[in-house]
Design a protein around this ligand. Structure first.
Ligand SMILES: Cc1cc2nc3c(=O)[nH]c(=O)nc-3n(C[C@H](O)[C@H](O)[C@H](O)COP(=O)(O)OP(=O)(O)OC[C@H]3O[C@@H](n4cnc5c(N)ncnc54)[C@H](O)[C@@H]3O)c2cc1C
Ligand SMILES: *[C@@H]1O[C@H](CO)[C@@H](O)[C@H](O)[C@H]1NC(C)=O
Ligand SMILES: *[C@@H]1O[C@H](CO)[C@@H](O)[C@H](O)[C@H]1NC(C)=O
Ligand SMILES: *[C@@H]1O[C@H](CO)[C@@H](O)[C@H](O)[C@H]1NC(C)=O
Ligand SMILES: *[C@@H]1O[C@H](CO)[C@@H](O)[C@H](O)[C@H]1NC(C)=O
Ligand SMILES: *[C@@H]1O[C@H](CO)[C@@H](O)[C@H](O)[C@H]1NC(C)=O
Length: 601
């Protein structure tokens, strides 16, 4: 069973290392040259080589202000090359270390600047791969110029003030996990929040922050914005507490996850991740630090819960609800087979049964490609016999159809034990070489067009054989937590009527020319994306797990909520100190396709 995971991951990692040089997908912009247009005289952010770029003395002064925690962004792979920008960098022992850690997501999260998916850095400066047929080079690529390794909100304010007054591109980075490249950008100043790692539990909800109309038999935990789920989980589970987190151990809590809404294995029971935030501390574009909760800055509080990532300010900490643990039943499940008809019939049976699992509070993580399905079912607060009652019709249908499948069903006293014992860890690697798309598929679409959706997966898979993979999460965060007024979180209303938060990957060929790169992007967005859009007319896209080039992303990611969150962006950051690709309020600027500068459109 573990072996079957390797076929997908091996393809991805090999491709990640071999893909060279692989460009990031740039937003096509109509950026004007310097000196044209713009009421405030600004047309582009300032970049190295521009006269407006800060002097070395100014950078040195910033470094003193932030206690010496300003670092020049040098790609970690530079130790494998003789020089980086003329500086001698070669160190064979360090190169061996970087090579061994390149696919370690915890290590990648700890780095100042690099993205988890190397294509967002233009795949620049990979640790040398002797097997690669692609030429290896070490340049800055699409990486930022400087990073502040912030340890306090004071450091963050200093960075925001510097970027605002010097007109620099400013990027917030915690783990670099963004599938969509939002935490990476050429010539930027990065504020890295990963060192804000405090975790503090409270047995109750402090000073009336929890809405009394929402029942909650638990306490809260306040985490710094550098904390990742594996660290919070370890502390929560050791106290017999659950938090509503994601399945990935190395994703951060306070930044991208909450900015997009957040979903996880207990979402069918507890709802959208950001429903559980009760207070944020945040540094605004003005450099001022404020608190946002139901009593203070409630409009900002609302927008921070799913209304956009990297765009309202730098979150420094968040307080979220905790719950006493509940028992869960877990099932590892596979479908395999070399007979294509039979395999896809098995997938059809399993997939079109999704509303049965989701209406029973369940969550099903899966990875799928032609010939292989690997899934983990999570059933919160169910007994073994309750679980079997839900799942037996599926197993009988598969048996009747002669589909080849395996199951391993086990009860656990808490989700943490299930996660430790049966979770598939192979997909938590960094260094992956793929373009990501996705679709948040509604209950309506699966119920009315489930067979067509599975036929679409088969068609997508056949279109580029061996290069298309699928993953997803069969879960409905609106199963118990309905929020008809849209007050809990600023997520697309589809979140309360979801059957699958789905991802698809396209693995492009190695060593692409710029033209081939454009073609690869088009294949993902148009050739593959359109097949799925056509059969999911009432669905949307999860803003963290989709295509950064999604057409009409405002509608696809936020739907009817968008005008409300855009108004919050304009109020708190009227001059666009923060800018994040295909995130709330990014319309007025775009990356120029030639030199990657961020300019007004
Ligand atoms: C392997 C893997 C598994 C995943 N599993 C899940 C899952 O189970 N559930 C789920 O919901 N999502 C999941 N995701 C998606 C994940 O939520 C997003 O990628 C998220 O954006 C990562 O946030 P980050 O802060 O860790 O990453 P980063 O790449 O550091 O940041 C992502 C975005 O958040 C912004 N940001 C970061 N920190 C802050 C801050 N302090 N203040 C304001 N903005 C900030 C950045 O500017 C950027 O726009 C998964 C991703 C990966 C790679
Ligand atoms: C900032 O200061 C520290 C401590 O003096 C130094 O090690 C570091 O190199 C400086 N950063 C830059 C970018 O010069
Ligand atoms: C991955 O990186 C983390 C952080 O650097 C480290 O603690 C861990 O040992 C690494 N894992 C492996 C398998 O090397
Ligand atoms: C990105 O990679 C492409 C392909 O090799 C190359 O032409 C381009 O110069 C690179 N851009 C940057 C900014 O490194
Ligand atoms: C879990 O199920 C039991 C038995 O049905 C029920 O008494 C309990 O309230 C449920 N737990 C929660 C947190 O809903
Ligand atoms: C399943 O296989 C059996 C034995 O090979 C066969 O008799 C039966 O017709 C098959 N059923 C289906 C639905 O193909």
């Amino acid at each position: 069973m573990r072996e079957s995971t390797t076929w997908l991951i091996a393809a991805l990692i090999t491709s990640g290392l071999a893909l060279h040089p692989l460009g990031g997908r740039q937003v096509e912009g109509k950026g004007k040259g310097k000196g044209h247009g713009g009421g405030d005289g600004i047309t582009c952010k300032c970049y190295p080589g521009d006269t407006c770029w800060p002097s070395n003395n100014e950078w040195a002064a910033l470094n003193i202000t932030v206690g010496g925690r300003l670092v020049r962004a040098i790609p970690p792979g530079a130790v494998c090359y003789d020089t980086f920008e003329g500086i001698p960098t070669r160190d064979d022992a360090k190169c061996a270390q970087v090579s061994s850690q390149w696919t370690n997501a915890t290590w990648t999260a700890d780095q100042p600047t690099i993205p988890m998916i190397p294509l967002w850095s233009n795949n620049t400066c990979p640790p040398l791969n002797p097997d690669s047929t692609c030429p290896n080079t070490c340049t800055i690529g699409f990486l930022s110029q400087y990073t502040i390794l912030a340890t306090s909100s004071f450091d963050i304010s200093a960075g925001v003030n510097f970027a605002r007054t010097k007109n620099l591109r400013l990027i917030i980075r915690n783990t670099g996990h963004c599938f969509m490249g939002r935490s990476t950008g050429y010539g930027a100043l990065v504020i890295n929040t990963h060192r804000l790692n405090s975790i503090s539990f409270s047995p109750s909800c402090p000073s009336n922050l929890c809405d009394p109309s929402i029942p909650h038999a638990g306490g809260t935990v306040t985490v710094g914005s550098g904390v990742i789920f594996q660290d919070l989980y370890a502390q929560a589970w050791s106290r017999n507490l659950d938090v509503l987190g994601g399945e990935c151990p190395t994703v951060g809590i306070a930044g991208g996850y909450f900015g997009g809404g957040g979903q996880g294995p207990l979402s069918g029971f507890y709802g959208v991740g950001s429903d559980h935030a009760v207070s944020f501390d945040i540094v605004l574009a003005s450099g001022q630090q404020v608190t946002a909760n139901r009593l203070q800055n409630p409009d900002l509080f609302y927008a921070l819960k799913g209304g956009g990532m990297g765009t309202f300010g730098v979150v420094t900490s968040v307080t979220i609800k905790t719950y006493p643990v509940i028992p869960v039943v877990g099932m590892s499940f596979t479908i395999s087979g070399s007979n294509s008809e039979l395999f896809w019939e098995g997938i059809r049976i399993w997939y079109t049964n999704a509303p049965t699992y989701t209406s029973q509070d369940m969550y099903v993580w899966y990875a799928l490609q032609e010939g292989g399905l690997l899934a983990t079912f999570v059933a919160p607060n169910k007994t073994l016999s309750e679980f079997n009652t839900v799942i037996n019709p599926l197993l009988s249908q598969l048996t009747a159809a002669n589909v080849s499948f395996t199951t391993d069903i086990r009860p656990f006293s808490k989700f943490g034990d299930l996660y430790r014992d049966i979770w598939v860890t192979a997909f938590h690697s960094s260094g992956l070489g793929a373009y990501f798309g996705g679709r948040q598929i509604s209950q309506t679409d699966i119920k009315q067009r489930g067979n067509d959706i599975v036929a679409a997966y088969r068609q997508m898979s056949n279109k580029y054989p061996g290069q298309v993979l699928f993953g997803g999460h069969l879960v409905n965060p609106g199963n118990r937590i309905k929020d008809p007024q849209g007050k809990l979180s600023a997520v697309h209303p589809i979140w309360r009527d979801t059957a699958d938060i789905q991802i698809f990957l396209y693995i492009p060929p190695a060593c692409m020319s710029p033209e081939q790169r454009t073609e690869a992007e088009r294949r993902l967005t148009v050739e593959l994306g359109d097949i799925l859009r056509a059969v999911t007319p009432t669905s949307a896209v999860y803003s963290n797990e989709g295509d950064v080039n999604e057409p009409n992303w405002q509608e696809a990611f936020w739907g009817s909520v968008y005008p409300k969150v855009l108004a919050v962006k304009r109020k708190y950051d009227p001059n666009d100190v923060f800018w994040s690709k295909s995130s709330t309020g990014s319309e007025k600027w775009a990356l120029q396709s030639d030199n990657l500068k961020l300019c007004k459109v």
